[in-house]
Ligand binder design. Structure first.
Ligand code: PMP
Length: 347
């Protein structure tokens, strides 16, 4: 069988979970849903006609999402995870290449390559900020720009005025707001003014249902019309749609958890300020090469190749998990310092 070169050259997404007791490697919520919410979901699922297809474009969920954001249903499209919407969004653009700003989420490159685009990188600065002029130069001859704010894996959010400045170029901008509930700085309102903006959101982080695979895109009515054309029918199953609807009806229950995670994030940051990058997400990037050390302690964190090779990304966990993390990182720093000191004595 002859396989397309584009596919042959792809590296499949891989982030298999190491068998750790404490999982701080995937930026998930550390909590399953509260019992009362699970009960409400189960009640709804009991009445679901399992023999029937769901609505082909998740109409009920689109309506609830539109209410949630004070927009129209015509501004929203739902997907099986926001990942899926990255794949659909790249189908809309014409041109040969897209621009990304690494270090950032790996799937922008993956789905762009798959759709036949080359990828041009405009790396973030030393402080992980955007380089607006270089980006503008790069997008002049490109099909689209991907930004993630707060950015995964660095944790910082970009300034609204820089995003507006880039939107002013008129080039399509996909703004991934997967972690925005932890920063409170959404730019969704800009879709009313800029029809070149597509905002991606997910239920996998603050809403805590990564397993249910629910995401959505918010954009101008025209852009959503096109997204609905490239999207296969029934792309979100009826079980997940039901879960998302119940969560939106009860979103205040989730808010406490977001506050808790922000407090815990700040506690970890303050404890390791010297090693942590400022973050507005539910994770921290740290200048500590402690991946293996933590694994031995039963704690899984994420490490990356290249520019971030000597760092770890740590997802905020439960209070108990964070205590274990803090204790282990202190031990790591201590052991590093003492081995450095004994090395000096030997010289
Ligand atoms: N965008 C970013 C920036 C992410 O970090 C992730 C999950 N790691 C996603 C999108 C994908 O989210 P989903 O579970 O909705 O596919």
């Amino acid at each position: 069988m002859t396989i397309r070169d584009r596919v042959k050259n792809l590296t499949p997404y891989s982030s298999e979970r190491e068998k750790t007791e404490i999982r701080l490697d995937k930026n998930e919520s550390p909590f399953s849903l509260p019992k009362q919410l699970k009960r409400r979901i189960m009640t709804q699922l009991k009445d679901l006609p399992f023999n029937r297809y769901p609505s082909s474009s998740s109409e009920g969920l689109r309506e609830k999402l539109a209410d949630f954001h004070s927009l129209n249903k015509e501004n929203v499209v739902a997907g099986s995870g926001s990942d899926q919407l990255i794949a659909y969004a790249v189908k809309l653009f014409s041109g040969d290449r897209v621009v990304i700003t690494p270090p950032t989420f790996s799937m922008y490159r993956f789905y762009s390559n798959l759709a036949g685009f080359d990828v041009l990188e405009v790396p973030l600065t030393e402080d992980f900020d955007l380089r607006p002029q270089q980006i503008k130069d790069a997008i002049r001859d490109s099909a689209a720009l991907f930004l993630c704010s707060p950015n995964n894996p660095t944790g910082n959010a970009f300034e609204r005025k820089t995003i507006v400045d880039l939107l002013e170029t008129g080039k399509p901008l996909i703004l991934d707001e997967a972690y925005v509930d932890f920063s409170g700085k959404s730019e969704i309102d800009l879709i009313k003014e800029y029809d070149n903006l597509i905002v991606l959101r997910t239920f996998s982080k603050a809403f805590g249902v990564a397993g249910a695979r629910i995401g959505y895109a918010v954009a101008s009515e025209t852009t959503v019309e096109h997204l609905l054309k490239v999207k296969p029918p029934y792309n979100l199953n009826s079980l997940s749609e039901t879960i998302a609807e119940v969560l939106l009806d009860n979103h205040e229950i989730i808010q406490d958890r977001v506050e808790f995670i922000k407090e815990e994030r700040n506690r970890i940051y303050e404890r390791f300020e010297k090693y942590s990058y400022p973050t507005e997400a539910n994770f921290l990037l740290m200048d500590l090469d402690a991946h293996e050390f933590l694994l031995e302690k039963g704690i899984g964190v994420r490490k990356f190749p290249g520019r971030l090779a000597d760092k770890i990304r740590v997802t905020v966990g439960t209070k108990k998990e964070n205590d274990r993390l803090i204790e282990s990182l202190e031990e790591f720093i201590e052991s590093r310092t003492s081995s450095r000191l004994s090395g000096q004595q030997g010289r």
